[in-house]
Design a binder for this molecule. Structure first.
Ligand code: PXP
Length: 238
């Protein structure tokens, strides 16, 4: 049964909108843990549009559950990751102008760079995950790179408009997850998951963690963060 890891980036998005101190994403950590999630995910973007270095270092100090750092392969970001030593590093592609992470990593194109970075992260005791599309070739390359996990990009599944398209995308994710499992990779999934679409993904029993952010933070405005997380866990575990 999948676990929930809560992405708290958008608490910082709200703070950055005014450039002040509130709301503080660091304060969310205790609530996330109390509500029963297995960890906290943050993405330290190169443009620092939400999470700041200060957030990451403070979260590292106080977190009792798992800290999953989403990161690009930018050298400065890699150096920060090696300093912070998150429990898990999820390597994602990053483009300055995108609204959010668009598409999975191109493992083939970045193979040598990734090899180097994965080696360094693992030498520092950090579990490595690669955020990729549900694509068999990319999964084989992730295995070749000695990644511990893949995180399957569920964005397309979440965005399609018709039931037929949704079923096609779901099937791709199921096939990718079971294939990855069969070759010894561990599997997480995330992006675009919400209270309406999470159920089918949570039924794929080889998936360990679901990384969910925007829908939970959005709901928390109306019911509070604790309740929003509880509701999501209930859906995932049902
Ligand atoms: N997983 C990855 C790799 C992501 O980049 C993101 C977005 O930061 C998420 C999961 C969470 O996506 P969402 O905010 O749409 O739930």
């Amino acid at each position: 049964m999948a676990n929930l890891c809560v992405n708290i980036d958008h608490i910082a998005t709200l703070r950055q909108a005014r450039g002040g101190h509130e709301p503080d994403p660091v304060k969310a950590v205790k609530i996330v843990e109390k509500a029963g999630a297995v960890g906290v995910t943050v993405h330290l973007r190169e443009d620092r549009r939400h999470i700041q270095d200060r957030d990451l270092f403070l979260i590292r100090k106080i977190i009792k559950s798992k800290l999953n750092l989403e990161m690009s392969i930018n050298r400065d970001i890699v150096n920060i990751a090696l300093k912070v030593k998150p429990d898990e590093a999820t390597i994602v592609p990053e483009r300055r102008k995108e609204l959010t992470t668009e598409g999975g990593l191109d493992v083939k194109k970045n193979f040598n760079k990734l090899k180097n970075i994965i080696k360094k992260l693992k030498e520092n005791g950090i579990i490595v995950s690669l955020f990729i599309n549900p694509d068999i070739e990319q999964i084989k390359l992730a295995k070749e790179l000695n990644s511990d996990y893949i995180e399957i990009h569920t964005g397309l599944y979440a965005e399609v408009n018709t039931e037929k398209e949704r079923k096609i995308e779901l099937l791709k994710i199921q096939k990718a997850a079971y294939f990855a499992h069969s070759i010894g990779l561990k599997i997480n999934a995330g992006h675009g998951l919400n209270y309406d679409n999470v159920k089918e993904i949570s039924k794929i029993h080889v998936i360990e963690d679901l990384n969910i952010g925007h829908s939970i933070i959005s709901r928390s405005i109306f019911v509070g963060l604790y309740q929003a997380i509880k509701e999501m866990i209930k859906l995932i575990k049902k």
